[in-house]
Design a protein around this ligand. Structure first.
Ligand SMILES: C=C1C[C@]23C[C@@]1(O)CC[C@H]2[C@@]12CC[C@H](O)[C@@](C)(C(=O)O1)[C@H]2[C@@H]3C(=O)O
Ligand SMILES: O=C(O)CCC(=O)C(=O)O
Length: 260
């Protein structure tokens, strides 16, 4: 048994904890091949701002490959991972999230997704540079295709004449879309001491149009419902989850104001 002294616990004092909450089974599920997908997406955006995507067209092989390589990266000794940091804004980060001084029990790789991905810090792809880089590129390409489809269905569902009104923002070579690989390391001693789960990536809204999320069959992601209750998203190995970001929420509000 390891007993942590007060001194050893000091660096963790800024990491918050939360009590486990129940899994939420009512998250809308959108089948991307369903002819009614556009209507169902808009309904899900209005009701939850969050939905699950199935039959999304991203090959399972691309997901599995990336997951294995990311796991290899996060299993590297700390000094090796640190060579890919600090994130400014792209690169490897540990506990410090974003520019606002937020901290969490998380380490991550933040990358840009534009075609000049080769301009990323090469130390990110250190172990197997070609293999890791091409797995990241293949995955990003497949996820982008899916995101184009979702954004175009959203425009269709809103009956906006130009179908690419949202997707062109992502298609743009200068798009500031980014790709984030989060790893939440286990820390059973601290969890036992605190009596709750350590918060990895704290409460926030996403500034983007949409965020595309995937978990490797692990629970932990929580969303806040309209009435303010936090619920847990059930673990899922094969689906993606879409979260409506602040930018799209503003667009949706404008559309509703204009047409109501
Ligand atoms: C804590 C934060 C990190 C973040 C900016 C923020 O203040 C709130 C949203 C976070 C997020 C989530 C999606 C993307 O990964 C990200 C790059 C973004 O634009 O918003 C991160 C931000 C970040 O890591 O800087
Ligand atoms: O790791 C996750 O699934 C959550 C990350 C997140 O909330 C985000 O990137 O906005």
């Amino acid at each position: 048994m390891v007993v942590l002294s007060q001194l050893a616990l000091e660096p963790f004092s800024v990491i918050k904890t939360c009590k486990p909450i129940g899994l939420f089974s009512e998250i809308p599920v959108i089948d991307l091949t369903d002819p009614h997908a556009k209507t169902l997406i808009i309904k899900a955006c209005e009701e939850f701002g969050f939905f699950k995507l199935v039959n999304h067209g991203v090959p399972m092989e691309a997901m599995t490959k990336l997951e294995a390589l990311a796991t290899n990266f996060f299993n590297l000794p700390q000094p090796e991972k640190d060579k890919a940091g600090p994130p400014n804004p792209f690169g490897y980060g540990n506990k410090k999230i974003g520019p606002n001084g937020d901290v969490g029990w998380v380490e991550y790789l933040l990358l840009n997704t534009n075609p000049q991905i080769s301009s990323q810090k090469t130390s990110i792809f250190q172990e197997n540079p070609q293999i890791f880089r091409s797995a990241v590129e293949d995955y990003i390409l497949a996820v982008k295709r899916m995101a184009f489809e979702v954004l175009e269905l959203m425009a269709d569902g809103l009956e906006i004449e130009s179908r690419n009104v949202f997707s062109r923002l992502l298609r743009d070579d200068k798009s500031d879309s980014c790709f984030r690989l989060n790893h939440y390391p286990p820390c059973s001693e601290l969890q036992a001491l605190s009596g709750g789960n350590l918060i990895g990536f704290g409460e926030h809204t996403d500034p983007q149009i949409i965020s595309v999320l995937r978990s490797n069959n692990t629970s932990g992601l929580q969303i806040c419902l309209k009435e303010g209750t936090w619920v847990s998203v059930p673990p899922d190995q094969t689906s993606f989850f879409i979260n409506v970001g602040d930018a799209l929420q503003v667009c949706l509000l404008c559309v509703f104001i204009l047409f109501s």
